[in-house]
Every structure is written in C-alpha cells, then in structure tokens.
Design a protein around this ligand. Structure first.
Ligand SMILES: Cc1cc2nc3c(=O)[nH]c(=O)nc-3n(C[C@H](O)[C@H](O)[C@H](O)COP(=O)(O)O)c2cc1C
Length: 313
C-alpha cells in the first residue's frame, strides 16, 4: 500500500514493452528465486513489480535433486535444485488464482527434456488467459540427444523455440544459458526461430569440493553459480546480445542494487530480473525500483527509454 503510493507519486515514465507485454517498470523477478509470488507478499507490494516470473514448471511435478543442493560461495551461491516444481496443472489450479488478483503480468517459466514436452507445455499455457507470457528455459538436458543442454547448440535451441512458437501466440521470452562459446550465435538462432524477447543469463556451471572428505559439496557434483560473482559476465553477454538482435533483451545475473540494474539498462537491456538477491534481501526488487526512479530524477530523464542502451564509448 505504502509502496504503491510512492510509485504513483513519480512523474517519470518507467514503462517498457518486452516483446508484446507492456510493464509499468523494468523490474522483474528471476525464475526459481521468488517462489510462485505469494511467498513474497509480506515483503514486497507485488503490484509494484514490472513482472513476476514463477519457478520453472514441467508437465509433471518434480522433486528435483537430492540434498545438499545449495551452497554459499564468496559473492554468490551454487545451486543444484534440479528444477523442483509442482507441475503445470498444480500451478494453474493452486497458484494462479492468487496471482490473478495482482496487477502485474505473470510469466511462466517452462522446461522440458524433449522438444515434445516443451510444445505440450506451450499449448497448455496458451489456453490460460491470465498468463501474460512464457519464458522458455533452454538450459536443461535434452534426453534424446544424450543429455546435452538444448541451449548450448544453435540447432537444438532453435528447434525448441520453433516448436513452442507453433503452439502459442502469447509473448515468448527465451532464456539463454551462459555456458556456451558464442552467446551471440545462440541469441540470433532463437530470434530467428520466433522469440519475442531474450533473457540472459542463467547460472554458470560450477563445483565445490570438501577437502576433508574429498567429496563434491553438492550431491549433484556440479551446480549453477549465481549472485554478484557472475554480474560482470552477465553484463558483458547482455551488452553483446543487445547489439546483435532486434528483440528486447532482459538482463539477469547478480543484480542486487539499483546501480547493478542501471548498468544492465545502460548496456542495452530493456528490463532486468532480480534473482539471488531475493534470498538475501526479500525487499530487493522494490528497493531497486526506487533507486532507478531516483537515478532518473538525478539525471533529469523523463522516460526510462532515454537510459536503455545509452552506453557511451
Ligand atoms: C535457487 C535457484 C533456482 C533457480 N531456478 C530456476 C528455474 O527454475 N528456471 C530458470 O530458468 N532459472 C532458474 N534459476 C536461475 C535464475 O533465474 C537466474 O537466471 C540466475 O540465478 C542468475 O541470476 P542471479 O545472479 O540474480 O540469481 C534459479 C536460480 C537459483 C539461485
């Protein structure tokens, strides 16, 4: 309520359009770090957010990996949750009714282990009016291709996106994995296959070892690194991709403060997603939003568009 009041008092235009979805501001939540939204309602006025992206969903519920599956690292965390989720039908029946009461667009993050699974998820989501769009996570192993992630191969990435595109007219955001040699190549492939926007980055694969037992610290052996440690890598990739594609880019990776978010916007991101920061400071999203507003005041910009991609060389 109080937060909503602050928002309506600003004279600045923070609204952005990300591939067919108009948002009141560019601050979104990153999948897997904000539950299904309701978990954060006592910390954040959910109506103030630009967009909510829920935990990645699969066709059937999944328990994810065995513990230990989260470890703190210097300046970040390593996770191998393994995409635990309640399944698309559980989400629609149990979580969506609450999200419908919020004036913020909801994006459903989806993943599959075959192209057919992605297509089925897309078709199901397409039939649900209250879902604004979907974010396709292509960082998962393609079981038919021996486990190699869809998102590390241009052909596999574009096949997934094309199959999802055929099943939906809803705005389609495709989330890239940073664990590739050439991020620009992958971004161009998914754009050509029909992505309306591109979000990046997902976590960077890493590992940790307990030297007393000489065992991996994660039961899964490897996990995904997130948090401030990955910000410079994410920022570099967002800058490269934003220059190379014509669809809006959404920046993700180590965004903890308004200054972090501003760097991504200046680099060319039209919006940002806040991830690991939510675990440290559950109010991070709205604090970031307030800081962006203050920056626009300070530099006398009336519209966030003046800032996006304004990097000087
Ligand atoms: C605990 C945890 C769970 C995550 N789950 C998902 C997921 O289900 N789907 C997805 O696309 N990304 C997932 N991610 C990746 C984040 O959305 C984000 O891309 C990544 O953590 C980098 O941003 P950050 O440094 O701000 O956290 C997860 C990250 C964490 C830390």
């Amino acid at each position: 309520m109080f937060g909503g009041l602050i928002y309506t008092m600003t004279s600045k235009n923070l609204s952005v359009n990300i591939g067919g979805v108009t948002m009141k501001n560019p601050v979104m939540t990153a999948s897997g770090t904000f539950g299904y939204g309701k978990e954060f309602e006592s910390f954040v006025d959910l109506n103030r957010l630009g967009g909510i992206i829920v935990k990645g969903l699969s066709l059937s519920p999944s328990k994810g990996n065995a513990p230990p599956r989260i470890i703190e690292t210097p300046c970040g965390m390593l996770n191998a949750i393994g995409l635990e989720n309640i399944g698309i039908e559980g989400f629609i029946a149990e979580k969506l009714p609450f999200l419908k009461t919020i004036a913020t667009p909801v994006f459903v993050n989806i993943y599959g282990t075959t192209i057919e699974e992605y297509a089925k998820l897309a078709a199901r989501i397409d039939s649900v009016e209250s879902i604004a769009g979907m974010e396709v996570n292509i960082s998962c192993p393609n079981v038919k291709a021996g486990g190699i992630a869809f998102g590390v191969d241009c052909r596999a990435a574009s096949e997934v996106v094309a199959s999802v595109r055929k099943k939906t007219s809803k705005p389609l955001m495709v989330k890239l994995s940073p664990n590739v040699t050439d991020i620009v190549e992958i971004a161009k492939s998914v754009e050509a296959a029909g992505a309306d926007s591109i979000s990046l980055i997902n976590t960077i694969t890493g590992m940790l070892i307990d030297i007393e037992t000489r065992r991996p610290k994660l039961a899964n052996i490897t996990g995904g690194l997130s948090g401030p440690a990955i910000k410079p890598v994410a920022l570099r990739m967002v800058w490269q991709v934003a220059r190379a594609v014509n669809v809006p880019v959404i920046g993700i990776g180590g965004i903890f403060t308004a200054e972090d978010a501003l760097e991504f916007l200046i680099a060319g991101a039209t919006a940002v997603q806040v991830g690991t920061a939510n675990f440290v400071n559950p109010g991070a999203t709205v604090e970031i939003l307030d800081g962006i507003e203050r920056y626009l005041e300070k530099y006398q910009m009336d519209d966030i568009i003046e800032l996006i991609g304004s990097l000087k060389f």
